[in-house]
Design a protein around this ligand. Structure first.
Ligand SMILES: CCCCCCCCCCCCCC(=O)SCCNC(=O)CCNC(=O)[C@H](O)C(C)(C)COP(=O)(O)OP(=O)(O)OC[C@H]1O[C@@H](n2cnc3c(N)ncnc32)[C@H](O)[C@@H]1OP(=O)(O)O
Length: 151
């Protein structure tokens, strides 16, 4: 993976980054020297209070970006805990730069950190997460369910 390289979505319909999900954020994530980064504008579809992105949508952006940071360590892992600090409102339609990296690894636990800045360089949010490394089998039941659906 080269610096600046665009990374593939977790799945075509991923709520965070899947290009096939019209209700998703559609994050476009690139590799950086320290981890991964995405510039994102929240849309009217992610509104909470008028003009401001819903906190859950902001959490989705952080969680999804953490999923991309896994590419930098080559481990398959899932979110076990996620903590968000909302330093300022995330205004709709304004660009925010999200960046994330893997800070530490202890056995199966990965500790991840992220920040988000507005276009004036003010920090709008930060996040910390514990991801736990899993095998590919962790996703098997869900994948079978999707393939067996006929609705
Ligand atoms: C083919 C498809 C490919 C798809 C690719 C998708 C890529 C990813 C996409 C990403 C998309 C975005 C992201 C998403 O949306 S990921 C989706 C949202 N997350 C989930 O669905 C996860 C649900 N949880 C689980 O499945 C289980 O709980 C897991 C598997 C996580 C662990 O259950 P398991 O029974 O296996 O393990 P354990 O409970 O013994 O714990 C294991 C270790 O962790 C330590 N621990 C536990 N909690 C904490 C804590 N809070 N702080 C610190 N440490 C903690 C614990 O002490 C132990 O340590 P140790 O005793 O070993 O030292």
């Amino acid at each position: 993976m080269e610096i600046g390289q665009r990374l593939p979505p977790h799945s075509p319909d991923c709520a965070g980054c899947g290009p096939g999900n019209p209700a998703g954020l559609g994050l476009e994530v690139v590799r950086t020297a320290a981890g991964v980064e995405a510039v994102h504008r929240f849309s009217d579809a992610q509104v909470g209070a008028p003009g401001i992105a819903h906190g859950g949508a902001v959490a989705l952006a952080f969680d999804d970006l953490f999923g991309f940071a896994l590419y930098t360590v080559g481990s398959l892992a899932v979110t076990r805990s996620l903590t968000i600090e909302y330093h300022a409102p995330f205004w709709l339609h304004r660009p925010y730069t999200f960046s994330a990296h893997v800070a530490q690894r202890e056995g199966r636990r990965l500790l991840l950190r992220a920040d988000a800045w507005d276009d004036a360089g003010q920090k709008a949010g930060s996040a910390a997460a514990t991801f736990v490394v899993v095998s590919l089998g962790h996703f098997a039941a869900g994948a079978e369910q999707v393939m067996g659906r006929d609705d």
